[in-house]
Design a protein. Structure first.
Length: 531
């Protein structure tokens, strides 16, 4: 463990999990006092994309529900250091492990079509698909260039059970990066067995929503350590001194309450920057209004990363990820039920009680809808007679099957009607659900922007070459072999930043490499060959 008593200040730009994890590692591993750490967040609340809020009266809302699994080793290293919010005698890690031992996932209706459960015993692959998969796994990442998944696989592949399962477990779409898909195949290769990718038996959840189960305990711990949280402050640029051998941040520019300001970085002062947010520009709708976004306005607004990237080619290329909203957006929705009819019908139809079914995907949905009956209660203070479900759709600009409108133009009520159609609800039950429920949709223009095709250098290293006092953390920095769009990636970036800048040995949690396990590889080839 390294002691760094000379550090005067560390600024963390962004209040998401990457910054929160960085703050903990700065305190625990770099031995920096919490009072010297300042987190700067543009929103009025801390937590970034791990958000959840609302009430039974107005409806609960969550932009996303993120997957956990047992080999998120960096995440569990973090969560093993903080006490649970509901039981301080346990760590958050202990709480999650105990919960998933009690509430086990085994999706009996992972895919549905025409109101019926799809048999997923076979992944639906033909010999050409199998050879393509093997060739992809044996091809070096650098050989794939900017190829998309659709550039590589034939059209028939996108009608297979394997694609339906992959796309809706991880949120891939055909135009996304083949490189990222390859990384996912490797990183989650242990899920490719007869119960994993088909039934989500290896997928874990938190006891409550991830804001209350992860973010709030972490914020409480950091607050008690003296960390300073500044919200409603927007960092707009950072100035650097750049030479052939060294790069040093020296000024942070911000706007707060319409007033401009700056922090001058002196000797022994550092800045960690969350470059962008996958939930940037998110817009919520309501039961009676659609979540309309101004795509042109968002596209023309300069981001912090775009301003930083002008300073050095080592700082990445944000346009690679933010230049195509139609291919990086999708829409989620949160439904609050004040009547048990919906859960009763879906639990009977799927054969799963809430919290045990993971995801249900409707393969015949034009919008490509997936829903999750999360474990109840999903909010700590949620009344016992209220239930919450979450869902999302990958093709929000297509016309619905029963609601003849683009999902992006639909109200929460219309989205709920479309969902009830796919579940083949009886008319009387439909009326009950529609009268007693609140569906809040959310359009997210950049939610899978991390998956857009890229080349080396588009994502900067966590600590760029020559960096003296700064790091880039979160989903848009580059960590070889690990996978974006995961909590694990953000936490690992925090570990890398602290370990590299402060030269701390043994501070990085090793990356799980299931592809080195012969039993894992055997299961993969067995599944691929299943007919």
């Amino acid at each position: 463990m390294t002691h760094t008593p000379d550090i005067k200040k560390v600024y963390l730009v962004g209040g998401g999990i990457a910054s929160l994890a960085s703050a903990l590692y700065l305190i625990e591993d770099a031995q920096i006092s919490g009072e010297k750490i300042v987190i700067l967040e543009e929103a009025d609340a801390i937590g970034g994309s791990l958000d959840a809020s609302g009430s039974p009266e107005e409806g609960y809302r969550m932009r996303g529900v993120r997957m956990l699994e047992k080999h998120y080793d960096s995440t569990y290293d973090l969560l093993n250091r903080i006490p649970s919010l509901t039981n301080p005698q346990k760590t958050v890690k202990d709480e999650i492990f105990e919960f998933n031992e009690k509430v086990k996932t085994f999706a009996k209706a992972r895919l549905m079509s025409g109101g019926e459960i799809v048999n997923t015993k076979s992944l639906g692959l033909i010999e050409e698909d199998r050879l393509d998969l093997i060739r992809l796994l044996t091809s070096p990442e650098e050989s794939l260039g900017t190829k998309t998944i659709a550039d590589y696989f034939p059209a028939s592949f996108f009608k297979t059970n394997l694609w339906y399962l992959l796309a809706t477990t991880f949120a891939f779409e055909p135009w996304h990066s083949l490189k990222e898909a390859r990384r996912y195949f490797f990183r989650f290769i242990h899920l490719f067995n007869d119960t994993g990718i088909k039934h989500l038996s290896n997928v874990w959840s938190t006891p409550y929503n991830q804001r209350e189960s992860i973010v709030l305990p972490l914020v409480k711990w950091l607050t008690e350590k003296g960390v300073i949280f500044e919200t409603s402050i927007r960092v707009i640029d950072i100035d650097f001194d750049v030479s052939n051998t060294e790069k040093k941040a020296h000024r942070i520019k911000y706007i707060k309450s319409d007033n401009s300001g700056e922090f001058i970085l002196g000797e022994h002062e550092y800045v960690f920057v969350t470059l962008d947010s996958m939930t940037r520009g998110s817009i919520f709708g309501s039961m009676h209004s659609a979540p309309k976004i101004d795509e042109v306005g968002i596209q023309n607004t300069k981001t912090l990363w775009e301003n930083i990237a002008k300073k050095s080619t080592d700082f990445g290329k944000p346009s690679a990820f933010s230049g195509n909203i139609p291919q990086s957006k999708w829409e989620s929705f949160t439904i609050t039920f004040k009547d048990p009819t919906f859960f009763t019908v879906v639990e009977k139809l799927s054969g799963n009680e809430n919290g045990t079914g993971g995801l249900i995907t409707f393969t015949d949905s034009n919008w490509f809808i997936t829903i999750a009956l999360v474990y109840q209660p999903h909010f700590i203070n949620q009344p016992h007679n209220v239930q919450v479900a979450w869902g999302y759709a990958l093709y929000p600009d297509k016309e619905g099957n029963i609601v003849k409108k683009k999902m992006s133009e639909c109200t929460g009520e219309e989205i709920l009607k479309e969902l009830l159609f796919h579940l083949r609800f009886k008319e009387t039950d439909q009326e009950t659900v529609l009268k007693t429920s609140i569906c809040i949709p959310c359009m997210m223009p950049f939610i899978t922007s991390q998956f857009m095709p890229r080349i080396p250098g588009d994502r900067p290293l966590v600590v760029p070459h020559g960096a003296q006092n700064f790091a880039f953390i979160g989903q848009y920095s580059e960590i070889p072999e690990d996978t974006v769009f995961t909590v694990e990636y953000s936490v690992r970036s925090a570990q890398e930043a602290v370990a590299s800048l402060f030269k701390i040995k043994n501070a990085r949690t090793p990356l799980y490499k299931g592809w080195h396990d012969l039993s894992v590889l055997y299961n993969v080839f067995k599944e691929i060959e299943e007919r």
